[in-house]
Design a binder for this molecule. Structure first.
Ligand code: ATR
Length: 287
């Protein structure tokens, strides 16, 4: 029920109509009987400052920020936590009695999903595919856990080198960078324990694409994909066929949302409920 006490949360981005966040958060609010609602706003780039001002004016409790605003939104906030500053992007804003605080829950969401799926980066060799915004948040969080080795492999090798250098400086772990070639994948996957695809390759409509030849996947490897549409990407399907433990992208989506949810409401997020509605919606979309 919506009343004069109802608190508002939202997501801003452009485009925004495919976002699953309203579905996921409203299911969680309803399940717990919280007087919150969550809506999506398409906000054009030149309206970003006004949108953040609107958050202040309407006393909106929480906001998620997605493409293309994650970096620029930082200049309009009052406080930015250290992790988000180091990652260089904010995906969650908390309105704390008029003070707007920025956080990044993507990396922590990925780490939680990995751990829930049975993985632990500590002491393991991790291979990250990609060097964009998602790879940045994910690799930063994985590096903090103390892997034995970490390599970032990207089509544009210069971006991988930059990201590896940046993480090495911040975390003090020597991260390596390589160009995306079959030979480099072969060399690095030979003794890797965890592989995480942080590129968009395999996402609908290009569901038959994968960056990793099936033969390079070993049964004692954990393979995680941040792509969640489809839930089972070609990479994950082939990894399963090879006997690997697999973790789909819905995990990261749900956990990044769950962490934000807990910041806004102060209540533990019902992650199973959130996961269920997301998976159902994705299945419906594929029909
Ligand atoms: P996001 O913020 O979602 O990470 P992004 O910053 O655009 O998005 O990054 C997309 C990542 O997917 C990049 O690492 C990109 O590689 P490049 O840096 O070489 O562009 C990678 N990617 C996208 N399409 C790809 C493809 N067809 N083959 C290989 N890598 C691809």
């Amino acid at each position: 029920m919506i009343s004069a006490e109802t608190r508002l949360c939202c997501v801003i981005g452009d485009p925004i109509k495919h976002t699953l966040s309203p579905l996921m958060h409203n299911a969680a609010f309803e399940y717990l009987g919280l007087e919150f609602i969550y809506v999506a706003f398409r906000v054009k780039a030149d309206m970003l400052k006004k949108a953040v001002d609107g958050m202040r004016a309407f006393n909106i409790k929480g906001m998620n920020v997605t493409i293309p605003h994650k970096v620029r939104v930082m200049e309009y906030l009052d406080v930015i936590d250290e992790v988000s500053r180091e990652i260089g992007a904010v995906n969650t804003i908390v309105n704390d009695d008029g003070v707007l605080k920025g956080f990044n829950t993507d990396g922590e969401g990925a780490l939680k999903a990995l751990k829930e799926g049975g993985g632990d980066p500590k002491g393991e060799k991790i291979v990250i595919l990609g060097a964009g915004g998602a790879a940045r948040a994910v690799s930063y969080f994985m590096a903090r856990e103390g892997p034995s080795d970490m390599v970032i492999i990207n089509r544009t090798v210069e971006k991988a080198v930059r990201l590896a250098r940046c993480i090495s400086e911040k975390i003090g772990l020597e991260v390596r960078a390589k160009r995306l070639t079959v030979q480099n994948l072969k060399d690095e996957l030979e003794d890797a324990e965890i592989l995480i695809n942080c590129t968009s390759v395999g996402m609908t409509p290009n569901i038959n694409k994968t960056l990793v030849p099936k033969g390079l996947l070993r049964s004692d490897m954990i393979v995680m994909d941040i792509v969640y549409n489809p839930v089972e990407t070609r990479l994950l399907r082939e990894a399963k066929e090879r006997g690997c433990l697999t973790i789909d992208g819905v995990g990261m989506l749900v956990y990044q949302g769950a962490i934000a949810f807990e910041m806004w409401t102060g209540v533990r997020a019902p992650v199973d409920v959130m996961r269920e509605v997301v998976v159902k919606a994705l299945r419906r979309r594929r029909l």
